[in-house]
Design a protein around this ligand. Structure first.
Ligand SMILES: [Zn+2]
Length: 247
């Protein structure tokens, strides 16, 4: 009798991803950028003194089971960050581990509330620096101005092209013509259902990050097995949704 390997693999995926069931609703809150064109309208903040985006930095840290854990950099909050410290120390080592350094380097992430035109839903758009620069450049260009303006802003087209395994977004741009975001009723409903993007920028626990940094530091004198005991899975749901933000 042969074992159904596909079934086993599916089970393995499920088991190694314990939060996948519980957080699937949450990940639905995010725009999933598919290859091709995604049209959306970036929404203004609820109040004038808030930014229309929330910024964080993400460290992608390898785990002992071969996966990657996404960790918010504490420096975003002006706090000491053990992963950043490890990153800098890796470059200083005479036999430096450049691959690990490159992998764990903190990378900018930006969250915005948007209306996904295809579904009409208010979702969270999570982008890296390249797309965010395009959005900011458009806002500073007098031909566009504040593209989030509900009356005469601009929809934004994200064009995702795969080059090998890496997505490219070079052709992304605002629609040239300004437009109303929606009817008065629609925009009122959207502005009532904005997601709390600011709370996504999590302040990670210092001690926890210190242990993570020690566990992956190839020059650490501490036994790896000793650290494994400290690694908890109570961040699993956060881990899971962040994994989905990588596109
Ligand atoms: Zn950091």
């Amino acid at each position: 009798m042969a074992i159904d390997l596909d079934k086993i693999r599916a089970m393995h995926e499920k088991l190694s991803n314990p939060a996948s069931g519980g957080s699937s609703d949450f990940s639905n809150n995010f725009v999933q950028l598919q290859e091709g064109t995604t049209v959306l309208r970036i929404l203004p903040p609820k109040e004038d003194d808030l930014d229309f985006y929330a910024m964080t930095k993400i460290h992608r840290v390898p785990t002992s089971d071969g996966n990657v854990k996404n960790i918010h950099c504490r420096q975003v909050h002006g706090e000491q960050c053990p992963i950043c410290n490890l990153y800098y120390s890796l470059w200083k080592e005479p036999t430096k581990d450049e691959n690990l350094a490159r992998q764990i380097k903190g990378r900018d992430r930006y969250y915005m509330n948007v209306v996904e035109r295809e579904t009409g839903d208010v979702k969270i758009l999570s982008v890296g620096i390249i797309l965010f620069k395009k959005i900011i450049a458009a806002m500073c260009d007098p031909d566009y101005g504040d593209i989030t303006d509900l009356k005469d802003g601009h929809d934004f087209k994200i064009i995702k092209v795969m080059e090998g395994q890496w997505p490219k977004y070079d052709q992304s741009a605002p629609r040239p013509k300004p437009s109303e975001a929606g009817s008065g009723q629609e925009t009122a409903a959207w502005m009532e259902s904005l997601h709390d993007i600011y709370s996504l920028v999590k302040l990670e626990d210092y001690e926890e990050l210190k242990q993570v940094a020690e566990s992956i530091n190839p020059f650490s004198a501490v036994e790896r097995s000793a650290n494994d005991n400290h690694q908890t899975s109570n961040d699993a749901s956060d881990d899971d949704y962040m994994k989905r933000l990588q596109s």
